[in-house]
Design a protein around this ligand. Structure first.
Ligand code: AMP
Length: 273
């Protein structure tokens, strides 16, 4: 496995390679969720590039940029064992200058849900993903459905800016008790982790209701909020796959999204129905 930290060196190296390129961007502290993206990308492409970069522009003031979990050596081992060809590990200075061009998330879809609780977050996400896609120029780039709004906005960016890459969504990986894997789960105390299980329980309840033909969004939300008590809920929303609010579940075209704050940790989860 080649480890590269200089963006231009990465670009030059990849130009000399032949065949399809699969790309998995991450912020490190790799877990089974990341590994499932990496495995899928490995299976579908000749060359596999993974990036680890904790992107400062997607963190708001006061968020966990400085304390974001990092396990560089373990991450390198995981990538090497997963047959990653190139691990891109840039520094902040390598990726950003002083006076930067910036990309703005769409006014509506970029500023609802997580975009409302973290205004400006998706400007940073789209900017870094654009930089990374330009550097790697992949055939396919892999993103988790766990970050459904991020996936939706990246897919939209690629379409609207006529970018030549296929965005591949990957299912959410959960622990055996249902908790969606996340690097931020490392922040949870034992007690908070038990509390956090209410999130997947509430989504499970929603899917049970839908299987019993309870389709009214308000009714489903109410049951979910009841299960989530007494957690601090940032939102529970029911949308179609174009991220528009709907009053009734449209089977095979709906997403239910939850954001909850457990202790000081923001946790996201969703279910695609
Ligand atoms: P992150 O390192 O949190 O920026 O995540 C990197 C990529 O892994 C993103 O596309 C995430 O959506 C994806 N991801 C994170 N957690 C999971 C999970 N539990 N299952 C599947 N994909 C995930």
């Amino acid at each position: 496995m080649k480890i590269i930290s200089n963006p231009l060196e990465l670009q030059e190296y990849l130009k000399t390679q032949k065949g399809s390129i699969g790309f998995v961007p991450t912020m490190g502290a790799l877990h089974e969720g990341h590994i499932s993206l990496i495995k899928k990308a490995r299976a579908e492409n000749e060359l596999l590039v993974v990036s680890i970069f904790v992107n400062p522009t997607q963190f708001l003031k006061g968020e966990d940029l400085d304390s974001y979990p990092s396990r560089d050596e373990a991450d390198k081992k995981i990538c090497s064992l997963a047959n990653v060809d190139v691990l891109f590990f840039p520094s902040k200075e390598n990726m950003y200058g002083d006076d930067e061009v910036s990309l703005l998330a769409p006014n509506v879809r970029g500023f609802v849900l997580e975009g409302a609780t973290r205004p400006g977050h998706f400007n940073g996400v789209l900017t870094v993903v654009m930089k990374l896609l330009n550097l790697v120029n992949p055939t396919r780039a892999y993103f988790g459905k766990k970050d459904a709004q991020q996936l939706n906005l990246i897919t939209l960016m690629v379409k609207q800016l006529f970018m030549n890459v296929k965005i591949v969504p990957v299912d959410t990986v959960r622990d055996s008790d249902g908790l969606a894997q996340s690097s931020r789960n490392a922040y949870l105390s034992q007690e908070e982790r038990v509390q956090a299980l209410k999130i997947s329980k509430s989504l499970h309840e929603a899917s049970m209701l839908v299987s019993k033909r309870v389709l009214k969004a308000e009714e489903i939300k109410e049951s979910m909020l009841h299960i989530l008590e007494p957690l601090e809920v940032a939102y529970v929303e029911i949308l179609n796959r174009d991220f528009e609010m709907i009053e009734e579940i449209e089977i095979s075209n709906s997403v239910i999204l939850v954001e909850v704050i457990v202790g000081k940790t923001r946790l996201l989860d969703n279910i695609w129905l």
